[in-house]
Design a protein around this ligand. Sequence first.
Ligand code: PHE
Length: 448
Amino acid sequence: QAVKAVEINGQKYVTDSSYTNVTPSIIGLTGRSLHLKECHPVGILREAIEKKLNSIDSAFTVYNEFKPVVTRFENFDSLGFPEDHPGRSKSDTYYVNGEYLLRTHTSAHEMECFNRIKSGKSGKPGFLISADVYRRDEIDRTHYPVFHQMEGCRVWKRDRSEVSGKEPAHITRLRAELANLEEQLSRQATKVVVEDDTSLEDNPKQEYMTDIEVDLCSRHLKRSIELVMTEVFQRKIESMKKLENNTSEIPSELRVRWIKAYFPWTAPSWEIEVWWQGDWLELCGCGLVREEVLQRAGFEPASTISWAFGLGLDRIAMLLFEIPDIRLFWTNDNRFHDQFQKQVINTFKPYSKYPGTVRDVAFWLTKDNQLNKIHENDVMEIVRNVAGDLIESVKLVDQFEHPKTGRISQCYRINYQSMDRNITNSEINKLQEQVRNQLAETYGVEVR
Ligand code: PHE
């Protein structure tokens, strides 16, 4: 059998039939770099957050050009992901081959960037990384297999000289920085109301850190993220006030809450949720970086303390700019792009609404399918490959077992809809036919 290869960002990779599941339609998105476009909602938001975080003492080196293909080591092992973590599975992650994959989060670059601090290649005690990340997922108005994250990290070198009667230098520095952050927060026009009843009881600290270090470092982390959230939401609140026919309620303060979380490479770990129009939104995971990760990056054991966060940009951009469908981010239609300007957060005006068309596809699974479960994401993948961005959503709507034969039938509902134009019935018929054929070909299912 011939050796097959794929090319991603100008680099060729040999594929491996037991791993490779990247598809041409996904590879086609790897060069788009929406986060670098200064007139794109994702790019505008990215820049606003970077500016705010670096406005205080310019502590962060900014890395926005990392390519999406990384090693399994970078994405998982370097961060202490257990071997059986679901994130590693082929149903969740796009593998290029057995060694390379499309990063599933910007944390994949933490080790490299920590190492740049350690080796002196970066003169700053922190970094921000923004990039496109890839996860096999359902498709609907708020989920797309590619989205964007910003990673942020800070490091402090521990002063262990133990001069009696004197506080270690890094503690003094942390206190001063924290006071500065709190001052900044109090000067924001929108007040932030914080609920935090998390404790270290079921979210323990790392052995090597002292209580005071954990306390100061956690507060520094939380205040930094709260500063980002107030900055961003305050801009939204301001622009809502300017709208003449605004119909949504304008909040007078920003409510956020901290909840405990779990990530393999941070301890303790949290998530921040922001109260927005009647819902708590999960926007950012974070924590104090595990010593093992810092050591892997070259730091001496117990020589530093550090925090890290990972922020999802697309969801925040969707609500700031009022983008009704995440696929709009990826359109090439100028009626979308012409609405945005550098550094401005404005409200998107839908340019047209084309009706969607719903089609079902139902099939009997084979014995083999029943053993090696067809995953919902596998069906998505086929549909997406056939119809690309003409898919509004794909959902499993029915599943039953035949009482006599014991065979399982599944029915998926596909909603075809274009953001930019009308799709004709005959066009949809053709797509639907291709979907049916590909399902039968790939999985041997009996289409009904
Ligand atoms: N990478 C995590 C995610 O994608 C977020 C995170 C980043 C959590 C850094 C902790 C520290 O969900």
